[in-house]
Design a protein around this ligand. Structure first.
Ligand code: GLA
Length: 732
C-alpha cells in the first residue's frame, strides 16, 4: 500500500487496486484510473485525461458547476453575490498513515496506522475562498478506498451549499450494469439491475432515512461479470439520512457515478470560517466477480465499521415476543414464554413493543418510556430480574425518535414533534417524529433512556424507527437554514446513539426501522446488528438475506424463526427449513414457545445445540452465495473458517422427474481433503446415502461438487432444507 505523488500525479495503490488522479495544467484535478493494480509505481503520463478546451468530456475528481462541465456536479453552491461559479484549483496535499475520524459522523476506522494510508487534497476557489478538501484512504488489506469531502468557507461572506456529495467517479466507458436494492416493507433487498443508458439513472431517498425502497448501495458490474469472474465495483455510503446514488452517461461513452447526501431538500449555510463534512463513501473493487466483492465489503464492515465489545463477540440466540403476543401480554405470560425459551436453550429474552405508557395498540404512548404497571406490576426492573434469575439475559424494544399524539410527552411538549407551524402534521402508524435536530430533545432522550437502562439488568436494545419524516421543519432553525433539517436530524440520531453506546458499552444494540428501513452502514457503526425485514417467512428470508449479503455480512443481521402459517405470507414451511435459513445470521425466535408441540421444542433444542457449536462460523465465517433463489428450484449458501465449512441447501419448489444436484462449493483448499457429512436435525431419515459424503478432495468439491441424488428435488415436498458439514481432514 502506498500513496505517491510524482509529476503532478497521485497514485494510490495496494496489492490489488490502483487509483490515479492528475493535477491538470489549469490546476483542476482530473481522474485518471480506478481499477486493478497498475504495476509501475511511477507516473502514467500517457494515461487519462489530456486537457482539452471541452471541459464537458474531461474526467474530474470533484466536478463543479459553471465552467463548461454540464454533467452532474459533485457540489453546487451559492455565494453572497448570488453567483454559483466555482473554480477549484489544486493548492496542496497531505499524505499520512492511518485515517482520521469524521467529526459528528460515523466513519470507518483502522486499529493500526499501518492498515491504511490517507491523502488529503486541498482545492481552492481563489475568488471566493471556498476550500474543498478531498479525502482518500486506501486500505492495506483490501481492494477498497474511502472517499469524502470537506467544504470550508475561507471567504468573508456566507456560502450556501445546495449539493455536497461525498464522491464522484468518471469512468472512461459505460459498459456497466448498475445494481441497486429495491423493495418495500417486508420485501427489502431485492436486487434490480439495469444497463447504463444515456441520461441519468439514480436511487435516492427523501424519507429522513434510506427507507425500505432503496439502500445507500450501488453495484457496478461488467455485463459478463459473474460470481467468480469479471470486474465489479460497489459503492456504499456510511450514512443513515437522505442519500443519492446516481450515474450519468452522455453522448460520449464515459459514465459519471456519484454518491452522497441527497441534494433534494438540502441546503447548508457556511458562515465565514465554518466547514461541512460529507459522510464517507466506501468504494470496493473486484476483478474476480461478485463473491470477492461481497467478501471485501463483509470484512471491511466487520473489522473497520462495527465497534465495541459486541463487534467480535458471539451474538446471543434470542426470543423476541413480538409475533408471539404482539401487544397482548402481561408479566405472567412473558415469564412463561421465557421459561420455555430457556428450556430449549435460548439465551436472551427480548420484550418488544407495548411495555410502556398505556400501549395496547400502536395508537399511543410513544415517548412515555415508563413501564405500564397494569402489564408489568414490578416494572421493567422487576421483570428483568426475574428473567435474568432464570439464567437468560434481558433485552428491550424502544423507539426513541417517536412521539404519539396520545402520550404524556406530547401533552407536555407538543412543539417537540416535527411539523410546520400552522399546517397539519401527517400521522404515520398513528405517530409523529421528535425533532432530533434539536439538541435539547436529544439530551432529554439521553437522560430518560439512561435512567431506564441503568434501572435494570438490560443487555440488549432493539432501537426501532417505524415511520418516515414528513413536514420537515425545525423550530430551532432560521428560515434560511430549514434546508439543514434532514441532515441535522440524522446528526441528532447519531449523537444519541453515540452517547448511549458510550454510556452503556455492554449493551448489544440492534437497529430496526419497521424491518430494513434503516439498515445501513451509518447505523451499523453503533448497532452491530440490524433487523433486516419484518418478513420472517423462511422462503422470503432466503431472498432477502441473499440480496443483503451482496454488501452486508451475516453477523450484521438478525434472522428469526417464526410460527406457521407465517404471519406475513400465510405460507407453511417446515421448522428445519425456517431454522436453517435463520442459522445464517444472528439466530433468534419470534413466536410463542409455550404453543409449540413437544416434538418441535425437542427439535429446536437440537437446532440450538448445533447452532451454538458452529455459531462462530455462522456469524463470523466467510459467507458465500452458492446459488441464488431466483430459479425457484433450490438455493444454497456456504460459510467457512479455516477448519470447517457449513453449507445450507434449501430446496424451494419440488421438481418431479429431475436429475441430481451438483452443488459446487467455493473457497476450499483444492489440495486438501475434507470429511463431508450431513447434519441430521432430528425427525428426518438419515440420508447420507443420497449424498456423496465421506472423505473428499477439495478439488472434487469445488470442480464437480457435492452431488445430491435426484430425490433431493422432490423429497419432503416444497421447502426442505439441510446442512452439510465439511471439515478439513488434519494431515499427518
Ligand atoms: C416494527 C418492527 C417489529 C416490531 C414492531 C413493534 O414493525 O420491525 O419487529 O418491533 O415494530 O411495533
Amino acid at each position: 500500500m502506498a500513496i505517491l505523488f510524482e509529476q503532478n500525479e497521485f497514485h494510490l495503490y495496494n496489492e490489488w487496486f490502483s487509483y490515479l488522479m492528475r493535477v491538470l495544467p489549469d490546476g483542476s484535478l482530473g481522474q485518471v484510473y480506478c481499477g486493478a493494480r497498475l504495476r509501475s509505481s511511477s507516473a502514467y503520463p500517457l494515461l487519462g485525461p489530456v486537457l482539452t478546451p471541452d471541459r464537458d468530456t474531461l474526467p474530474f475528481e470533484y466536478p463543479v458547476t459553471g465552467s463548461g462541465d454540464y454533467r452532474l456536479p459533485a457540489c453546487a453552491v451559492r455565494f453572497a453575490d448570488g453567483s454559483s461559479v466555482v473554480d477549484p484549483v489544486y493548492k496542496t496535499h497531505r499524505i499520512y498513515n492511518g485515517k482520521a475520524a469524521v467529526e459528528g459522523l460515523p466513519a470507518l476506522y483502522v486499529d493500526q496506522e499501518s492498515d491504511a494510508a490517507t491523502l488529503e487534497i486541498d482545492m481552492v476557489d481563489a475568488v471566493s475562498g471556498l476550500t474543498i478538501t478531498l479525502f482518500y484512504t486506501i486500505f492495506e488489506h483490501y481492494p477498497a478506498i474511502i472517499r469524502r469531502s470537506r467544504l470550508c468557507n475561507q471567504g468573508t461572506t456566507p456560502v450556501v451549499l445546495h449539493k455536497a456529495l461525498s464522491m464522484s467517479l468518471d469512468l472512461p466507458d459505460s459498459e456497466w450494469i448498475m445494481g441497486t436494492f429495491t423493495g418495500a416493507w417486508t420485501q427489502e433487498f431485492h436486487l434490480v439491475e439495469r444497463r447504463f443508458e444515456p441520461g441519468i439513472q439514480a436511487v435516492s431517498s427523501t424519507k429522513g432515512g434510506p427507507g425500505h425502497q432503496q439502500n445507500p448501495f450501488l453495484l457496478l458490474r461488467r455485463p459478463q461479470t459473474g460470481d467468480s469472474t469479471g470486474e465489479a465495483m460497489g459503492l456504499s455510503l456510511i450514512y443513515s439520512g437522505n442519500f443519492l446514488a446516481s450515474a450519468e452517461t452522455g453522448y460520449r461513452t464515459s459514465a459519471r457515478v456519484q454518491m452522497g447526501i441527497n441534494p433534494d431538500q438540502f441546503s447548508w449555510t457556511l458562515e465565514p470560517g465554518a466547514d461541512f463534512n460529507t459522510p464517507e463513501a466506501l468504494l470496493v473493487y473486484s476483478d474476480a466477480g461478485l463473491d470477492s466483492l461481497s467478501h471485501t465489503f463483509h470484512s471491511v464492515f466487520r473489522n473497520h465499521l462495527m465497534r465495541g465489545v459486541w463487534k467480535d463477540r458471539d451474538r446471543p440466540v434470542l426470543l423476541n415476543n413480538w409475533e408471539g403476543t404482539y401487544f397482548n401480554f402481561n408479566e405472567a405470560k412473558l415469564l412463561e414464554m421465557a421459561a420455555a425459551a430457556k428450556d430449549m436453550g435460548i439465551e436472551l429474552f427480548v420484550l418488544d413493543d407495548g411495555w410502556f405508557g398505556q400501549r395496547d395498540s400502536d395508537n399511543s404512548s410513544l415517548g412515555d418510556w415508563f413501564p405500564d404497571h397494569r402489564k408489568l406490576p414490578d416494572g421493567i426492573a422487576g421483570l428483568a430480574h426475574k428473567i435474568t434469575g432464570m439464567g437468560l439475559s434481558f433485552g428491550l424494544w424502544i423507539e426513541p425518535e417517536m412521539i404519539s399524539r396520545v402520550s404524556k410527552l406530547f401533552d407536555a411538549h407538543p412543539d417537540w414533534a416535527v411539523g410546520v407551524p400552522g399546517r397539519p402534521r401527517t400521522e404515520q402508524r398513528q405517530q409523529y417524529v421528535l425533532d432530533m435536530s434539536r439538541p435539547e430533545i436529544v439530551t432529554y432522550l439521553f437522560s430518560i433512556l439512561s435512567e431506564l437502562l441503568s434501572s435494570a439488568p438490560i443487555s440488549y436494545i432493539k432501537w426501532d424507527m417505524n415511520r418516515a419524516l414528513t413536514e420537515p421543519y425545525s423550530l430551532d432553525l432560521q428560515p434560511e437554514r430549514q434546508g439543514e433539517f434532514f441532515h441535522r436530524y440524522c446528526l441528532g440520531v447519531y449523537d444519541l446513539y453515540g452517547r448511549l453506546t458510550k454510556a452503556f458499552p455492554h449493551i448489544l444494540f440492534e437497529s430496526c426501522a419497521g424491518g430494513g428501513g434503516r439498515f445501513d452502514p451509518g447505523i451499523m457503526a453503533f448497532a452491530p446488528q440490524g433487523w433486516l425485514s419484518d418478513d420472517t417467512d423462511g422462503f422470503e428470508r432466503i431472498r432477502i438475506q441473499t440480496g443483503a449479503s451482496l454488501c452486508y455480512p451475516p453477523n450484521s443481521w438478525g434472522s428469526h424463526v417464526s410460527a406457521v402459517p407465517n404471519h406475513q405470507t400465510g405460507r407453511m414451511t417446515s421448522l428445519p427449513f425456517r431454522a436453517i435459513a435463520a442459522f445464517f445470521g444472528n439466530l433468534g425466535f419470534e413466536l410463542d414457545p409455550t404453543k409449540l408441540q413437544p416434538e418441535d421444542k425437542k427439535q429446536i433444542s437440537i437446532y440450538l445445540d448445533f447452532y451454538k457449536k458452529h455459531r462462530r462460523v455462522f456469524q463470523q465465517g466467510t459467507f458465500t452465495r452458492l446459488r441464488n433463489p431466483d430459479r425457484h428450484d433450490y438455493a444454497a449458501w456456504q460459510v467457512s473458517d479455516a477448519s470447517e465449512t457449513l453449507v445450507g441447501f434449501f430446496k424451494l419448489l419440488a421438481q418431479p422427474n429431475s436429475g441430481p444436484v451438483y452443488m459446487r462449493l467455493k473457497d476450499l483448499d483444492q489440495a486438501a481433503r475434507y470429511n463431508v457429512s450431513v447434519w441430521e436435525p432430528g425427525g428426518y431419515e438419515p440420508n447420507d446415502k443420497a449424498v456423496n459424503c465421506g472423505n473428499r478432495g477439495g478439488d472434487e468439491l469445488v470442480r464437480s461438487g457435492l452431488v445430491l441424488d435426484s430425490s433431493y428435488r422432490t423429497k419432503q415436498g416444497d421447502f426442505f432444507a439441510e446442512v452439510f458439514v465439511i471439515e478439513r481432514v488434519q494431515e499427518g
